[in-house]
Write a protein that binds this ligand. Structure first.
Ligand code: GLV
Ligand code: GLV
Length: 327
């Protein structure tokens, strides 16, 4: 019998094209994510499901998808999926690592530069008709990136790609990571990067960028104490997961002027609620979780995700399995 696949949102066509002839595929038609009931309705009998990070695939939902063989996540992060429960039930979980590394590092740098040089605020200034004096000696002053100290927390693929880009800006790099490896050692021979404790990194960096996955150890890793020890006027950039920062403490650190600015692509709650106090601050750049959002990368992710799904449903080991212990 043809296996069934439920796709929780329309992903780039090149990925869907790979699976439509092989399986009975149904794609959730709305641009809004399906809720749990709708996932069960659409995919209750499916063997494969393609999920997004906005789909909470928890134990209760997994129990309601009894035929499931594979959860193919269209993202590198998979904190929305209860991996232990999937593993317990023998369900493979896959993700899309590697292909979005450079794209996400690019966006991280967009946020670093936009925050340090107040690019978005300056654009608003022009658009709002407030540019009345031709050139201002003290107009919209930001801070230098060239020669500054960059602190990178989390040295997985994306953290390393961010560090590589720092070379062109003649930056000192401090990094904090749980697991040292050969790639990091190689990088240290190219970029002046040094391992540091979290506190040292926070207290000495001009710009701090977060590249850790969300888990119980990284939840609110950057809390009130950590924000307080950051340098006055420094900048915090987050393209990882919103819950890595205590967002209320961040609001306080930004509104008091202790932090010079922040560049955020991710939030505790997404979409960012319309009444979020962050919206009232000038010194924060807010993006709608677009780290991997280049046309090329999203297509590559769709193909990778489809290939993982196909392998799993054909009884093979998927190239990007997150829980290989199920096999
Ligand atoms: C995006 O946030 C991802 O995890 O791919
Ligand atoms: C993502 O690809 C990471 O491991 O940082």
């Amino acid at each position: 019998m043809t296996q069934r696949v439920f796709v929780t949102r329309k992903i780039p066509q090149k990925g869907l094209d790979l699976i439509t002839d092989l399986f009975k595929v149904s794609v959730w038609p709305s641009e809004f994510p399906p809720n749990k009931g709708e996932i069960v309705e659409g995919g209750g009998d499916c063997e494969g499901i393609i999920t997004l990070l906005s789909d909470p695939i928890d134990a209760e939902l997994i129990a309601r998808l009894p035929n499931l063989v594979v959860i193919a996540q269209y993202a590198v992060g998979y904190d929305n999926i209860d991996i232990n429960e999937a593993t317990r039930r023998g369900i493979m979980v896959t993700n899309t690592p590697g292909v979005l590394t450079e794209t996400t590092a690019d966006l991280t740098w967009s946020l670093i530069m936009a925050s340090a040089r107040r690019v978005v605020e300056a654009d608003r200034y022009v658009r709002e008709g407030r540019w009345n004096v031709a050139w201002g000696p003290e107009l919209l002053l930001g801070s230098d990136i060239y020669g500054a100290t960059l602190g990178v927390i989390g040295m997985g693929r994306i953290g390393q790609a961010v560090v590589r880009r720092a070379q062109g800006f003649n930056m000192q790099v401090l990094y904090h990571t749980r697991s040292h490896n050969e790639d990091i050692a190689k990088l240290e021979s190219i970029v002046p990067a040094k391992s540091a404790s979290l506190d040292k990194l926070l207290s000495e960096s001009d710009i701090v960028s977060l590249h850790v996955p969300l888990n119980s150890q990284t939840h609110e890793l950057i809390g009130r104490r950590e924000l307080e020890i950051m340098k006055k006027g420094s900048i915090l950039v987050n393209t990882s997961r919103g819950q890595v920062i205590d967002q209320d403490a961040l609001f306080d650190a930004l509104s008091s002027g202790h932090l010079g600015g922040a560049g955020l692509d991710v939030f505790r709650e997404e979409p960012l609620p319309r009444d979020s106090p962050l919206l009232g601050l000038q010194n924060v750049v807010l993006l709608p979780h677009i780290g991997s959002a280049s046309r090329q990368t999203r297509t590559t992710m769709a193909i990778m995700c489809a290939k993982n799904l196909i392998s799993a449903l054909h009884g093979e080991k998927p190239p990007n399995i997150v829980n290989p212990e199920v096999l």
